[in-house]
Design a protein around this ligand. Structure first.
Ligand code: ATP
Ligand code: MG
Ligand code: MG
Ligand code: MG
Length: 565
């Protein structure tokens, strides 16, 4: 591609609303333009990079046995009513009506659609297992779209869904996806960690998030230096007591905690959980006091038996996700009116405990502990510093030291179990001719978020420093011809040689000063620059620069292609 023919509108200044480096650079380097809040146009450079990312994703998904399809983005509300998510999903689901007054939504995810597809077609164990994936635009009406491509409202996702006949097969499918994700993010040159995660509003049995390590990440992860153990300390989405019941989108407030006299050891012993257990839910009374909290343990997500009682309707009003997550016996709290719930995920280890819980909030990593043995209204709150705990305690897996870091969630694998197949009655006949529900998994990758995350990890003061597999172009040829036509012709010739050898090359053939070309080349981050100038050409060489290291060298023009073989 020639720069004179390429629409790459670079800017000197980043837009005022850009807070993080990837957003600034994507706009400055002419990759994206904002249409409206959280919705972007991908210009040619971004689209090339996204296609490179998608190609790697596609290859590894196919290698792991998944088949590509494309499902509609517009989904009928009726399917979402079958699973209950029409009510539970909250305001991220953009709902609308057609001319016949029928309910529709824009797909934020595709469990309902894919389950509907498969239940209509797959009847026998012989047709399973099945894993279907797509790369497609998703829409989520995020409460705070920000950071450019990192948290858009419209974004590109790869989502895959597996269907199996038994637990063993479902686990195999899950780990095949886990392996594929590890290969994808490694190939894309990202520094990442797979961390144990909760299953959020999708619900299910087990789940890992793939986190790109970056200070601008919105998640906090704990990981062990000595082994592979890592977990997400997801931000406790605490809501101010004043927020209206059911208003899931109320802005998160700071955790209100009273420093207590408990030591870390006392808290951990009292809770009968690992000190690395993580809070998922905090309940506040009308005065903003924490009255209860629920915890997520190291591995198992399960239900806590609380003595108290609150009817499920009140709980679901406070937060729809709760009902989606909690199964079996009603989990309840006898709380005052105005009780607020963030999210519920429950730890098996706590079953039978009188009910008290630890937690961390992302901002300052406090541990909270609430004694529910007493009346909830007079619950006490103890406090300790998570950092103390992590410094002193054993990684739960190996006893090594645990550290905290910020991460960007680029991928997520869930084992869904029977949640959707039961709700939507997706059954097959087993070898004995008996009807059984399929066991499902779902697996997402934020394709457009990867581009942002990649830049968060790969940039310097001059611009983007792309890893070769993500870069829109592999090589940039800078023609410093001025009025010298032999130089221009040579640059063109070398560029053509590269293209003919299927190397993605960009020729800067603009009538610009060398300084402008150098600056733009650094800004757009092509891994290798080839500078074609009169003086060097007279000696039969061109200059090459490694964008990442800044190292410069020379290549003989005669044997030019040799360096690329
Ligand atoms: P987050 O915690 O960041 O809101 P999520 O857990 O809601 O993400 P999933 O439902 O797991 O997201 O979707 C799969 C993947 O889609 C995520 O791992 C992430 O990479 C990507 N993704 C989710 N929301 C967005 C968004 N608003 N903008 C860009 N990518 C997103
Ligand atoms: Mg989300
Ligand atoms: Mg998440
Ligand atoms: Mg997720």
């Amino acid at each position: 591609m020639k720069m004179t023919a390429l629409y790459v509108p670079t800017l000197k200044e980043a837009p005022g609303d850009a807070e993080v480096v990837s957003h600034k650079l994507l706009v400055r380097a002419g990759f994206i333009r904002k249409l409206t809040s959280g919705i972007y146009v991908y210009l040619p450079m971004a689209w090339r990079a996204l296609n490179k990312i998608s190609a790697v994703v596609r290859e590894e998904m196919t290698r792991a046995g998944a088949q590509e399809i494309l499902m509609p983005m517009v989904q009928p509300g009726d399917l979402w009513k079958e699973t209950g998510r029409w009510e539970f999903y909250g305001k991220e689901l953009l709902r609308f009506k057609d001319r016949h007054d029928r309910d529709y939504c824009l797909g934020p995810t595709h469990e309902e659609v894919v389950t509907d597809l498969v239940r209509g077609e797959v009847k026998s164990y012989r047709q399973l297992p099945l894993n279907l994936f797509q790369i497609q635009t998703k829409f989520r009406d995020e409460i705070r779209p920000r950071f450019g491509l990192m948290r858009g409202r419209e974004f590109i996702m790869k989502d895959a869904y597996s269907f199996d006949t038994n637990e063993e097969g479902a686990d195999k499918s899950y780990w095949a996806m886990h392996g594929a994700y590890t290969r994808i993010f490694s190939r894309l040159g990202l520094k990442f960690r797979a961390v144990e995660a909760d299953t959020g509003s999708i619900g299910g049995n087990f789940s890992h998030e793939f986190m790109v390590l970056a200070d601008t990440g919105e998640d906090t992860i704990a990981f062990c230096d000595a082994c592979e153990w890592a977990a997400n300390l997801e931000k406790a989405q605490v809501k101010p007591a004043a927020a209206a019941a059911g208003d899931k989108d109320a802005a998160p407030a700071e955790v209100v905690a009273t420093p207590g006299a408990h030591t870390v050891e006392e808290v951990a012993a009292f809770l009968k959980v690992s000190p690395t257990a993580i809070v998922k839910t905090l309940l506040f009374d009308a005065d903003g006091e924490i009255v209860a909290a629920l915890v997520r343990g190291d591995r198992e997500l399960n239900e806590i038996k609380l003595k108290n009682h609150l009817d499920a309707t009140a709980l679901s009003l406070a937060l729809p996700e709760v009902v989606a997550t909690v199964t079996g016996a009603p989990v309840g709290f006898a709380g005052p009116v105005g009780l607020k719930v963030a999210r519920i995920v429950i730890d098996q280890e706590l079953q039978g405990a009188t009910g008290c819980i630890v937690g961390a909030n992302q901002a300052d990593a406090h541990l909270l502990h609430v004694d529910l043995a007493r009346d909830l209204d007079s619950a006490t709150v103890a406090y300790a510093d998570l950092r103390m705990i992590t410094a002193e305690d054993p990684c739960p897996a190996c006893g090594g030291a645990v550290r905290l870091a910020k991460g960007i969630e680029v991928g997520h694998v869930f084992k869904l179990g029977l949640k959707y197949s039961q709700a939507m009655d997706a059954k097959f006949l087993d070898e004995q001719g008996k009807e059984r529900h399929m066991i499902m998994g779902c697996y997402g990758i934020g394709v457009s978020r990867i581009l942002a995350a990649c830049i968060e990890q790969n940039h310097d003061a001059d611009g983007i420093v792309f890893p070769p597999p993500v870069s829109p172009f592999e090589v940039a040829v800078l023609s410093l011809a001025g009025n010298d036509e032999t130089v221009a012709a040579k640059a063109q010739e070398l560029y053509t040689m590269l293209c003919n050898n299927r190397i993605d090359a960009l020729l800067d053939d603009r009538a610009e000063r060398p300084g402008v070309k150098f600056k733009d080349a650094d800004l757009i981050g092509t891994p290798l620059q080839i500078v074609v100038g009169g003086k060097a050409l007279a000696r039969g060489v061109v200059e090459v620069k490694n964008r990442r290291t800044g190292e410069k060298g020379e290549l003989p023009v005669d044997n030019f292609l040799h360096a690329f073989s």
